[in-house]
Write a protein that binds this ligand. Structure first.
Ligand code: SF4
Length: 325
């Protein structure tokens, strides 16, 4: 890939001050801690990890719902922290988000047409309501809904259909980059593949770039060109989707993959399941060394005290002392 990234994240830190009272000890949640990666034009970068690993906070920092405590996010060569006025408005138009919960993310008092038109009005991109309405009808067709759904309310739709409305709303302002924040987690398994296929199709047709956040590595693999694995606010492994999925290097990635159920009992029989014991440590008080050291079956004394830096192993980056020469 010789072209420039559409999005570059460098040493990003998103911290939250959760100190309870003015006389209490300061407590800082390090939700995202020193994360770096690039996303190329037309690329889907999958981001996986258990709940609480920081992946949603990372997505929200990229769309500027949270301010970073450190590091930079560069979009098309511009540091987004320095964007102001028209440039900031363009960034907010170019970079959209699809939310996890299709029930909570749509205003129940607005019709589908009003929901999809709202971002067009905010960004002032069509001259008349007739033009906006025509675009809504086109978008409904793109996401597999019918033009007459325009006058209906969210409560009249299934979860999968509501997520299609959320996708149409994100597409309403012709974005270039979409943060898909667990867009399938709240859906029935039978519907999940349909929504993933729809997002995949839209990406190819419209030439979009995605940050696709999920906790299910098997689903992320289908849509992603590359995958990043997060644990306790850190990126622990990153590389081409097939390689990470079929030949994981980091002990945490290996454990995540071993937990995915295999439908074929003969294949499942020969597979060793790694049970991750214990909870993810608190991001207020993370382990001093490797963040995974409290649950890793291969941890050594060094892992308790020394944090591994991401190093290149073939076409991958892995943060684990096992791969240091
Ligand atoms: Fe496990 Fe040590 Fe590697 Fe961390 S650095 S993943 S504790 S072996």
């Amino acid at each position: 890939m010789s072209e420039a990234p559409i999005l570059s994240v460098r040493n990003l830190k998103t911290y939250f001050d959760v100190t309870k009272g003015i006389f209490s000890k300061k407590q800082i949640v390090k939700a995202v801690d020193d994360v770096s990666f690039d996303i190329m034009p037309n690329e889907t970068f999958g981001l996986v990890g258990e709940s609480g690993c920081g992946k949603t906070t990372l997505g929200r920092t990229i769309v500027k719902l949270y301010n970073p405590a450190g590091g930079t996010i560069t979009y098309n060569g511009e540091n987004i922290a320095q964007l102001k006025g028209a440039e900031l408005k363009k960034y907010r138009k170019d970079v959209q988000m699809i939310f996890q919960d299709p029930y909570a993310s749509l205003n129940p008092r607005m019709t589908v047409g009003e929901i999809i038109k709202e971002p067009m009005i905010i960004h002032d991109i069509y001259n008349s309501d007739t033009e906006r309405e025509e675009r809504v009808v086109e978008l409904l067709k793109i996401v597999g809904l019918k033009p007459d759904h325009i006058r209906r309310y969210p409560a009249e739709f299934s979860g999968g259909q509501r997520q299609r409305i959320g996708i149409a709303r994100a597409l309403a302002v012709d974005p270039k980059f979409i943060v898909c924040d667990e867009p399938i987690s709240a859906l029935d398994v039978s519907i999940q593949a349909q929504v993933v296929n729809l997002l995949d199709q839209i990406q190819h047709d419209l030439g979009l770039s995605y940050l696709f956040i999920a906790h299910d590595l098997s689903m992320v693999k289908h849509i992603s060109d590359r995958i990043g694995v997060m644990y306790l606010g850190h990126m622990v492994e990153m590389g081409p989707s097939n390689d990470v999925y079929h030949r994981p290097l980091h002990p945490y990635t290996t454990a995540l993959l071993s937990a995915i159920p295999i439908p074929d009992p003969n294949v499942a029989k020969g597979k060793r399941r790694i049970v991750l014991e214990g909870e993810i440590p608190s991001p207020i008080n993370p382990p001093a060394g490797c963040p995974f050291s409290t649950r890793c079956q291969q941890a050594t004394n060094r892992c308790q005290t020394e944090r591994p830096e991401p190093i290149a192993v073939g076409n991958r980056l892995v943060a684990c002392h096992l791969y240091e020469k």
